[in-house]
Design a protein around this ligand. Structure first.
Ligand code: GAL
Length: 703
């Protein structure tokens, strides 16, 4: 079956996919009017108290980002009125409704497969037997609001009747039913649609809703019609700009997927260039919150990270989970008042990127009372230390600032510097305010503890040691507070049985001063492979009688170097990326034997370019030998190049290997290297048929 073959091996399939994408974008070619649509002027930031919002809502609705619930990711087309009512009751009984979660939104599939004889939309008779007006009345009686879904085109995404040709009629129906919110999708694109007609359609629905005289939040997906969220796409920014004038919120990125990193950090990256379009009554919509979702399986830290990002970016907060079985953790995430206040801040400004430090985005959002909400989002796979300061995030000059960690609930004072260690794939949300001199003593000083396990070689992404090895670990405590700290002591805690060293101390640390030390940590021989945590902990006194402190963890991976003459199929890699599908261990993509020009290799690896694998060899191996060539199963016009690196230095380059290249017998000196990196790149500028084998890839090691 064609879809079971590696994508990169099937040019015809790629061409077909490209054709589909092209067809979609042709339907949405840019028009002169779209190109002229200028972005809303960015609001000026002043740090004085009670700053006024810059511009107003097109229809007076949604002056802060809408909050509530949407059924889609949890119920899809199975949603029933009982589910809706049960979730609505949960919003009320949990207290979330009081915190602002008031919209209860039906997504696709609420409607019957056909319109009524007079063309009016009707509810699915089985799943919504009492109809939508009845449901709206029920929800209104509970102090909630009801949203519905439609598409601008001839059908919805799930092939229910679309609004095309019925805009005014549908708007009037929604108003008659006392609907409070309409999500207007981009599906069922009518033949002949152009960019100009598409924009006219969304504008028409916007006007038709306005003409009903009912406050209906208009939520739409026009920018999605551009195909992706790329500002370089000529369709994209004009659509966003138009959306910000004719609607209250617009989806600016594709649908969420269960992959946390690409969804949450991907949507953040897509949204950062769009800050200027957001203002009260008009919001970039990052899509739904997944707190509590049993379909996405995100960890609590991931759900919290999403909530932090959505709040910083002033996105609507519409959760899509089964609220009737809400856990305490979900309630704590959705119900964090301080985080909600960042999202709902009346100034209505979206966070803007002020710095990128390593894998961390530092984003600042000015708030109406002169505070600034700071998001530190770490997209990387290791904890990352970052440092910013009050001026860089746009605060006015003050002697000191209060820093609230909105998840930990702590409040500290800083003279200006804000240094944190942000967890891998996580985020922190801080609220920073200028402090008057007399208030400084009320808060603990902001101190930063840093600790670094050096990489295995300079520039490496790995922090690895072997059993018996000594690792040098520097750590420091810096006082960033306005008040000094006393009797400071910094120690390093190591796993039990490991030896480290004594604490360092300082009698007094004034603002900006640090105490630091270097610990020589010995990993006991015989330590099992795995990841271990070292924690630097500071303790001190401040003010007259307060004890304070904080700590920062760092991880070290313990790995045992190979001995003898193993082949790579017998070892675990440290990390591996493959161009397509899983790496084949002793088998090719299709499950058959590895074979190059008829020679079968019982031991070896199949990869698909572009692929990179890292192995820990721990300075214990002298040589790497392997046969190289395209796998006989499917090589066609493929071409690859094999390049190997020892501790980051290139030690081998095969040149281009194609179907007609005789089997390559590589013998590579890797003496002293701790990390062996195997890279398989494209040989001819294309990635098709890059099915590359390592036949009998063998290390020669001591011991
Ligand atoms: C998609 C939309 C989703 C959901 C779905 C329903 O186009 O982006 O949020 O509404 O349609 O079919």
């Amino acid at each position: 079956m064609i879809h079971e073959r590696p994508r990169r091996m099937v040019p015809a399939l790629i061409a077909a996919v490209l054709c589909t994408a092209a067809a979609l974008t042709t339907a949405a070619a840019p028009s002169a009017s779209a190109a002229q649509a200028a972005p809303a002027a960015p609001a000026q930031h002043s740090a004085r108290h009670q700053i006024q919002p810059a511009s107003q809502s097109y229809n007076g609705a949604a002056l802060t980002p809408p909050m509530g619930w949407n059924d889609w990711y949890q119920y899809r087309c199975g949603i029933t009125e009982n589910d809706v009512l049960a979730n609505a009751r949960a919003l009320v009984s949990s207290g979330l409704a009081k915190l602002g979660y008031r919209y209860v939104n039906l997504d696709d599939c609420w409607m019957a497969p056909q319109r009524a004889a007079d063309g009016q939309l009707q509810a699915d008779p089985t799943r919504f037997p009492h109809g939508i007006a009845w449901l709206a009345a029920k929800l209104h009686a509970m102090g909630l609001k009801l949203g519905v879904y439609e598409s601008f085109g001839t059908t919805t995404c799930q092939r229910r009747p679309g609004s095309y040709g019925h805009y005014q009629q549908d708007a009037n129906t929604f108003a008659k039913w006392k609907i409070d919110f309409l999500k207007f999708d981009y599906c069922g694109v009518p033949p002949g649609t152009t960019s100009a007609s598409l924009q006219a359609d969304y504008q028409q629905m916007s006007r038709d809703l306005l003409a009903t005289g009912r406050h209906i939040v208009f939520s739409e997906e026009l920018p999605v019609a551009a195909g992706d969220a790329n500002p370089a796409n000529p369709h994209y920014l004009p659509y966003v700009a138009l959306s910000s004038k004719i609607s209250n919120m617009w989806r600016m990125a594709p649908d969420e997927k269960p992959n946390f990193r690409s969804t949450v950090f991907g949507h953040l990256a897509d949204d950062l260039p769009l800050a200027q379009y957001a203002h009260p009554g008009a919001w970039n919509d990052l899509d739904m919150l997944m707190a509590g979702s049993s379909t996405f399986h995100w960890s609590v830290q991931q759900q919290q990270t999403q909530m932090s990002i959505w709040a910083e970016m002033a996105s609507p907060l519409l959760d899509s989970s089964d609220l009737t079985s809400m856990t305490t953790a979900t309630k704590r995430i959705l119900g964090n008042r301080a985080v909600i206040a960042v999202d709902q801040d009346p100034l209505g400004r979206q966070g803007q990127l002020v710095a990128k430090q390593g894998s961390v985005d530092v984003v600042a959002k000015p708030l109406a009372d002169g505070d600034v909400a700071v998001l530190l989002a770490n997209t990387g796979s290791a904890p990352q230390q970052v440092s910013t300061n009050a001026r860089a995030i746009g605060l006015r000059r003050a002697g000191a600032y209060a820093v609230r960690d909105l998840w930990a609930g702590t409040r500290r004072e800083t003279a200006g510097t804000i240094a944190e260690t942000v967890p891998a794939g996580g985020a922190m949300l801080l609220r920073v305010s200028p402090l008057r001199a007399f208030a400084v003593g009320r808060y603990a000083p902001f101190t930063a503890v840093s600790v670094t396990v050096p990489p295995v070689y300079p520039g490496s992404q790995f922090t690895i040691a072997k059993p018996g090895q000594a690792v040098t670990v520097p750590a420091a405590l810096q006082n960033d507070g306005r008040v000094p700290v006393w009797n400071a002591r910094l120690s390093l805690t190591v796993p039990s049985g490991w030896s480290s060293g004594s604490p360092v101390s300082a009698r007094i640390l004034p603002t900006g001063k640090e105490v630091s030390g270097t610990w020589h940590v010995t990993v006991p021989p015989g330590t099992a492979a795995g990841t271990y945590t070292l924690t630097a902990t500071a303790k001190y006194r401040w003010g007259y009688r307060h004890a304070g402190g904080n700590s920062t963890p760092a991880t070290v991976q313990i790995a045992v170097p190979p001995v003898g003459t193993p082949t790579l199929d017998q070892l675990s890699w440290l990390s591996a990326v493959n161009g397509y599908g899983p790496i084949g261990i002793n088998k090719n993509y299709y499950g058959g034997p590895l074979s190059i020009h008829g020679t079968v290799y019982p031991h070896g690896l199949w990869v698909n370019s572009v692929a990179t694998l890292y192995y820990y060899v721990g300075g214990n191996c002298s040589t790497f030998t392997t046969d190289l060539g395209l796998d006989d199963s499917d090589k066609s016009t493929g071409a690859v190049v094999y390049q190997f690196y020892a501790d980051g230095h290139q030690v081998y380059d095969s040149g281009v290997v194609t179907n007609s290249t005789p089997t390559v017998h590589a013998i590579v000196n890797i003496s002293g290297a701790r990390i062996l990196e195997l890279h398989v790149g494209e040989g001819n500028g294309t990635i098709n048929y890059g099915n590359a084998d390592f036949g009998s890839p063998r290390l020669t090691c001591t011991g």
